[in-house]
Design a protein around this ligand. Structure first.
Ligand code: SF4
Ligand code: SF4
Length: 195
């Protein structure tokens, strides 16, 4: 099924976790709600990107527009090639801020003018659902809400699980987490473990 979806040029993405992925989607650009959200709210980056980004070779590009048609989020457009000898000539131009790094444009370019390269900064993929929830809460400044407003997390066991996730975060994110939580217990725990 994955191969079939790939052959149909569908965007393949799954839950943003490294372990126990609960779903994999194979989406078209026309009616998939995630792709529509990615277009409508592109600057908010509602869909996590891959760790790759396409690079267009302007000198090799023929301006055929195949990559523009293939892109599900309108990240690729045609612009003037600024060639005085051929004023109508176009080249593909990428909007890096909204590109998902799905690679469909690379496959669409039969001229082989696009390469998929690693992004300069790798995107953090959380280990599991709990890790993802905590990291998202930290990034949005809502960790205290996640822990104290969510009834599911009231039990000590669940709270211990959340703290365990925080302790596995890089030092900078731990500091952010402890600031938001304003918990002397958490701060002492992080200090005691020296991480
Ligand atoms: S990788 Fe290509 S097709 Fe995919 S979102 Fe980016 S520009 Fe569009
Ligand atoms: S498909 Fe390739 S040749 Fe055609 S516009 Fe896109 S990058 Fe250029």
């Amino acid at each position: 099924m994955l191969q079939k979806a790939y052959d149909y040029n569908l965007v393949q993405f799954g839950e943003n976790v490294r372990e126990k992925v609960s779903f994999i989607c194979n989406c078209c650009g026309c009616c998939c709600e995630a792709m529509i959200a990615a277009r409508r709210f592109s600057i908010l980056n509602p869909v996590h990107t891959t760790n790759f980004i396409p690079i267009v070779s302007e000198s090799a590009c023929k301006g055929c527009g195949q990559c523009v048609s293939a892109c599900p989020v309108e990240a690729m457009t045609l612009v003037s090639a600024n060639n005085p000898a051929n004023p109508n000539m176009k080249v593909a131009k990428l909007d890096e801020d909204i590109c998902l790094g799905c690679g469909l444009c690379v496959r669409a370019c039969t001229n082989k003018s696009i390469l998929l390269k690693s992004r300069p900064t790798r995107v953090l993929t959380p280990l599991n659902g709990t890790h993802r929830a905590v990291v998202m809460a930290i990034e949005r400044g809502k960790l205290q809400n996640l822990i104290f407003d969510n009834q599911v997390l009231w039990s000590h066991r669940a709270l211990a699980g959340v703290l365990g996730v925080i302790l596995k975060l890089p030092p900078l994110k731990q500091v952010l987490a402890s600031k938001q939580l304003k918990s002397r217990y958490l701060e002492a725990l992080i200090n005691r473990l020296g991480i």
